[in-house]
Design a protein around this ligand. Structure first.
Ligand code: IVH
Length: 682
């Protein structure tokens, strides 16, 4: 080997190790040690060196993560150790039975120890390493033979291409799940939407579609990630004695392992974990569909062995499905508080996400057209957490055909007149929603406005639900929220299905709703584009309703986060004679209490330096950064004595420890939001 080449090889090795290290800090630990610009510099140096010495380029070089020339087809890979599936448990009884079988099988008296972890909703893969180099990776396929997707797997930054040669055994096969994070999925679909392309139904499909690309350059753009959950073949190294230790060993080799994994004892431990993980499920950055329980001791796993294609020593405990199939029986149009017309799918009742769902919002006409949802269609309905059920997509192959028993329905169109009051419907340029033009003269809008006024986060009038408001408006007893405060006990008692006691409860609840703070009252008025947060900001800034009513556009825009659109909505609301009249009556009823004006200076966090670490439950890192900067603060990459605040999420990195050492104030997400909202207390 010529001397120049030797030198180049030495520098290449060093650069590759360094880049892989920073790659690991960034993608696995979510805690970069160097700025992006420095990382790019290292990468450019490596690229230049490889360009000068093409013979030294190896498939496991970090430069190969961008993808390679497209393949014609994937090669087949036989799995030396089969990739089996898991049996499912759908109830506590199933879990109790699983544990009993395990104890009986092992002749064990006491509680067994289990390693527990999420059941990731992605796709299973296996990764082969020889002397620490990633040499091949494959999908599960039928469990015995999969597809060679090595080129695609190389593009996943969370998958190490080179392991520490000191620690890596000669042969190692690591198994785990490839996934797409929820936020990357949302981003991918938003891009597809803006290009008018088809969206993926869920992150799992998006991950599968991305991994099964013949062109790995496409995969490289998709942002997939990976969690290791087991091993296949290992040679030349003693294995740990438990699953838990195996995972720790893999983590030391720098494979990403799930931070939610635990070890627990006995059935109670399993069920407790299931509930705890379920409560966190919506906040996790990736989708899961259950928990996986594995006997922790590998000797016990071996003793129990397999039945058919699944181990006796493990089980997947599933959460109720969040997606189900059902049929659209009708599409109705509902009129909202601001007159927006919303198409709603009436569904054949279906149990999904733990409840029976009969309606799903279709958002707006464009959305119905884009998804081409028609009456009679079989659709995928999704209900995740407390989110309103949605129609994800239709199954075109199940659409009834014209001339057969069920006729094909026409594409949905928005009615030209309001279904509630018959007034013309308009669709304004740049707005997704069509609106009834009748304002509060439309009974549907009036009812919604009153319901909103009474709702828990507004005036909080207990017991005033939709059935009651419906009757009160239809009988002409109330027209506006102000009429609530003149409603008499006799009138209330005269309503259908209204016992004396409930009538008096209603009047008491209305009485008790007076004297609300200004923020709630502003929110309760239901001004378009003024949500709870904006209402708080306005109340804080102006202190008194009269000051807000007199503010012009320039004065309104002094309030943080109030832009021209919000200002315009506020001005339009107070310009309406009818609204001013209602407000005067509410003033007499003492519905609200004015306070003190406490305007926040623009950029109230000016001069403050923040450092972010770990994953925040709701805010993406970019979002947190943008909000801090919008308030005048600065976001730095590392903690020093000059740092004012460290904002720490789940799995914080070394910055957290550093902050503790230096005595820097540590905030969680809620405290950060509070600070953004209220400013720094003097
Ligand atoms: S262990 C022999 N652990 O579930 C057991 N599998 O039905 C091997 N999966 O296709 C699997 N999360 O993709 C295991 N924490 C986890 C998992 C998990 C998801 C998937 C895996 C496999 C299927 C097995």
């Amino acid at each position: 080997m010529p001397a120049g080449r030797d030198q180049a090889q030495a520098r290449l090795n060093k650069l590759r190790a360094e880049i892989e290290h920073h790659n690991y800090c960034y993608y696995v630990l979510d805690n970069p040690e160097i700025p992006d610009a420095e990382f790019d510099r290292l990468m450019r140096e490596l690229q230049a060196l490889e360009a000068a010495h093409p013979e030294l380029v190896t498939p496991d070089s970090p430069t190969q993560r961008v993808g390679a020339a497209p393949l014609k087809a994937f090669a087949e890979v036989a799995h030396a150790v089969p990739m089996l599936s898991l049996n499912n448990a759908f109830s506590e009884e199933d879990v109790i039975a699983f544990d009993r079988r395990a104890r009986e099988g092992l002749g064990s008296e006491g509680e067994l120890e289990y390693a527990v972890e999420p059941k990731f909703d992605g796709l299973a893969i296996t990764l082969h390493y020889h002397n620490g180099h990633f040499i091949q990776g494959a999908t599960r396929g039928d469990g015995y033979t999969g597809e060679d997707v090595s080129a695609n797997l190389r593009t996943i930054h969370a998958i190490p291409l080179q392991l520490d040669p000191e620690q890596a055994p000669p042969w190692l096969e690591v198994r785990g799940e490839v996934l797409m994070l929820k936020r990357d999925f949302e981003r991918l679909n938003a891009e597809a939407r803006s290009r008018g392309e088809k969206e993926f139904a869920n992150p799992r499909n998006a991950a599968a579609g991305s991994l099964r690309q013949l062109d790995s350059r496409v995969t490289a753009k998709r942002r997939l990630t990976f969690f290791a959950y087991g091993i296949g073949r290992v040679e030349g190294s003693a294995l740990p004695k438990t699953h838990d230790e195996t995972m720790s060993w893999l983590a030391k080799l720098r494979f990403p392992v799930c931070p939610e994994r635990r070890t627990v004892r006995g059935v109670q431990g399993l069920l407790h974990y299931f509930a705890e993980l379920g409560a966190k499920r919506e906040q996790l950055p990736y989708e899961i569909d259950g928990a996986v329980y594995k006997l922790n001791k590998l000797s016990e796993q071996e003793a129990l062995g397999f039945v058919a294609r699944a181990p006796r020593w493990a089980i997947a405990h599933k959460y109720p499905a969040q997606e189900e199939l059902t049929v659209v029986e009708a599409i109705d149009v509902q009129v909202g508080r601001t007159g927006a017309l919303t198409p709603v799918a009436r569904l054949k009742p279906v149990f999904v996400g733990g409840v029976t769902v009969t309606n799903a919002t279709l958002h707006n006409e464009d959305e119905v057209r884009r998804k081409d949802i028609r009456v009679g269609d079989t659709v995928i309905v999704r209900r995740a957490g407390d989110v309103i059920p949605e129609v994800v997509a239709i199954l075109p192959e199940r659409r009834p055909m014209r001339d057969l028993v069920t006729p094909l329905h026409e594409p949905f169109t928005m009615p030209a007149t309001c279904p509630e009051c018959g007034a013309p419907v308009v669709k304004l340029e740049g707005e997704a929603a069509a609106r009834c033009t009748n304002g509060l003269a439309c009974p549907a809008q009036r009812k919604q406005a009153i319901l909103h006024f009474a709702s828990r986060r507004a005036m909080d009038i207990e017991g005033l639900g939709d059935k009651l408001v419906e009757q009160l408006v239809d009988k002409g007893l109330i027209q506006t929220p102000a009429d609530l405060y003149t409603l008499t006990l006799e009138q209330a008692a005269g309503l259908e299905r209204m016992a004396e006691k409930s009538a008096s409860n209603l009047i008491t609840a209305i009485e008790a709703s007076r004297h609300k703070d200004l923020a709630r009252f502003i929110f309760a008025m239901g001004i378009r584009n003024v949500g709870e947060q904006t209402a708080k900001d306005l109340a804080r800034h102006f202190g008194q309703l009269d000051a807000l009513m007199q503010a012009d556009e320039a004065a309104l825009m002094q309030v943080p986060d109030v832009g021209p659109v919000v200002a315009e909505s506020i001005l339009a609301f107070f310009a309406e004679h009818h609204n001013r009249a209602v407000i005067e009556r509410l003033r007499k009823a003492e519905a609200w209490q004015d306070g003190e004006a406490q305007p926040l200076a623009a950029g109230h966090l000016a001069g403050k330096t923040f450092v972010l670490t770990g994953t925040l439950p709701n805010l993406a890192r970019d979002e947190a950064k943008a909000r801090i900067e919008a308030a005048g603060g600065k976001v730095a990459g590392s903690v020093s004595k000059k740092t004012d605040y460290v904002v720490a999420g789940a799995e914080p990195g070394s910055k957290y420890t550093k902050a503790q050492e230096l005595g820097v104030t540590i905030l969680d997400e809620a405290q950060l939001l509070e600070l953004l909202e209220r400013g720094v207390e003097a």
